[in-house]
Design a protein around this ligand. Sequence first.
Ligand SMILES: *[C@@H]1O[C@H](CO)[C@@H](O)[C@H](O)[C@H]1NC(C)=O
Length: 178
Amino acid sequence: MKILLCLVMFFLLVNGFATAQNLIQDSCKKAAASNPKIKLDFCIKTLEGNPQSKAAKSLADLVMASTKNAATKTTSLKAMADKILKGKKFAKDSEMPLRDCLELYTDATASLNEAMTSVKSRKNKTAKVGMSAAMDAPSTCETGFKERKTPQKSPFTKDNDVLTQTISICLALTTMLK
Ligand SMILES: *[C@@H]1O[C@H](CO)[C@@H](O)[C@H](O)[C@H]1NC(C)=O
């Protein structure tokens, strides 16, 4: 009897695990098909690499987890911009874009947090407005460095690319919510 119970538990567990895997795979396939900028392998790797999205049982869970992941990223970029500014070792022409990026990351973090609140209250369209606002932050930040009289090197280029992808995934997943 105990063995039977163990077996049942085991299958339930394996089944639950497989469901989460399929949820991520299926959702990423749809997301990648909806937006050519979303790379399928990046989507799967990002969502499977995050414990919260890996545990997602529904698309809404996945949206929450991926948005939280994006907010963590904007928060750490904000800290990075702050640190560079306080370190005072940047080129003088970089100061303005650095300050702009700091503000952009701050606002993007707030927008993503609002988007999570909206998803929780099933205001999916409102959530997308917040995500779209956050989506502009990485590219606007990059443009700031390029548009100086002497174009400056952005310390965020690689992170900004990842952030753009990450937020695109949030948006695509939210679009898939009914
Ligand atoms: C938003 O998505 C949820 C699924 O999480 C769904 O139940 C709800 O009906 C959607 N809301 C709207 C307004 O479409």
